[in-house]
Design a protein around this ligand. Structure first.
Ligand SMILES: [Zn+2]
Length: 245
């Protein structure tokens, strides 16, 4: 549906009836936080028709879209994960160093898009979304697929002691996702942290795929708050169940 985006093969098989993408700075997708906006596509009969984007607050609240929504509908509030079982509705997140995470349960036909910065990840936004897919939609962790998108990588993402202190409290395996940095600092592998959270929840390793691309390393491809200080836009990632499958 858009050029300049990254997709993963395990989410792109046609028979699954799901459409997804991770944004880059080259992609043409734009959204309005809080609003449901139309998608213009040449394949309108088969793909999502509207996309929803919300204000993100680095928290752990999940917006559930389990009713039909239309262009012009609005969502006032802040959420860092969106879940829908509505075909044709693309749930999106915006990132520029934080980790975009997409999930799909092919059996129960439900998808999720998650915005996971260090705050949200440490606070458990990914496990919380997984738990909700299971409890509310009947998904199974064994059947769930997860794709972890481009973000600040362990090559560049230096964090300080307050971040590490929080990480150590919630994640006993924390040593596996950090390596030494400067004084009182370390490089954090946020994508690997998210992946291990998925594994700890019971997801199958072969059903989790990570796009190992660093937003800070690749100014040609990605926007990065860390590198650019200020970014005038963000990269949009999204996933939808196809309308007619
Ligand atoms: Zn890097």
């Amino acid at each position: 549906m858009a050029s300049g985006v990254i997709t993963v093969p395990s989410f792109a098989t046609d028979e699954d009836g799901v459409e997804h993408f991770f944004g880059t700075r080259l992609s043409s997708v734009s959204v309005t936080p809080g609003r449901v906006t139309p998608i213009h596509s040449r394949h309108r009969d088969r793909v999502a028709t509207v996309m929803v984007s919300v204000r993100q607050v680095h928290g752990t609240d999940v917006l559930i879209v389990d009713q039909p929504i239309r262009q012009g509908d609005s969502f006032e509030g802040g959420w860092d994960a969106l879940v829908t079982n509505q075909p044709g509705v693309m749930v999106t997140v915006r990132t520029a160093d934080c980790v975009p995470v997409l999930m799909h349960d092919p059996a129960q036909r439900v998808v999720a898009a998650v915005h996971a910065g260090w705050r949200g990840a440490v606070a458990g936004i990914v496990p919380k979304t997984v738990a909700l897919l299971v409890s509310r939609f009947g998904a199974t962790v064994e059947g769930l697929r997860m794709a972890i998108g481009p973000s600040a990588g362990p090559c560049c993402y230096e964090v300080d002691e307050p971040v590490l202190a929080r990480l150590r409290v919630v994640f006993p395996e924390w040593r596996a996702v950090v390596k030494p940095g400067g004084a009182q600092k370390a490089y954090l592998d946020l994508r690997e942290f998210v992946r291990r959270q998925g594994l700890a929840d019971g997801l199958q390793a072969e059903r989790i795929v990570t796009v190992n691309a660093c937003t800070i390393c690749h100014p040609d491809l990605f926007l990065s708050y860390r590198r650019e200080g200020v970014v005038t836009s963000t990269m949009v990632s999204g996933i939808a169940l196809m309308s007619h499958h």
